[in-house]
Design a protein around this ligand. Structure first.
Ligand SMILES: [Zn+2]
Length: 86
């Protein structure tokens, strides 16, 4: 009779607490400081002023929402109107 003894490898839990990660946060890109970033009030992203629609009725001349947010808002509203009319 052959009795096999298997060594059950104990789960080695390695704690990687000593390893420090250095995450390079590229917040300010060099060479692109001429255009001030404007924060969208809808999505919160900071984008260039060119990413916002102009609106003379507003104080700063630009919409508080970026183009993507406004487009999404208008298309959603348009679809809602279509569904309501049908
Ligand atoms: Zn936005």
């Amino acid at each position: 009779m052959t009795t096999r003894k298997r060594k059950t490898a104990a789960a080695t839990t390695e704690t990687t607490a000593t390893t420090t990660r250095r995450e390079a946060t590229a917040t300010a890109k060099s060479g692109d400081t001429s255009t001030p970033l404007r924060q969208c009030r809808k999505c919160g992203k900071r984008r260039r002023a060119s990413s916002f629609y102009h609106n003379a009725a507003l104080a700063d001349g630009l919409t508080p929402w970026c183009r993507d947010c406004l487009c999404a808002y208008y298309t959603a509203r348009r679809d809602a109107r279509r569904e309501a009319s049908q």
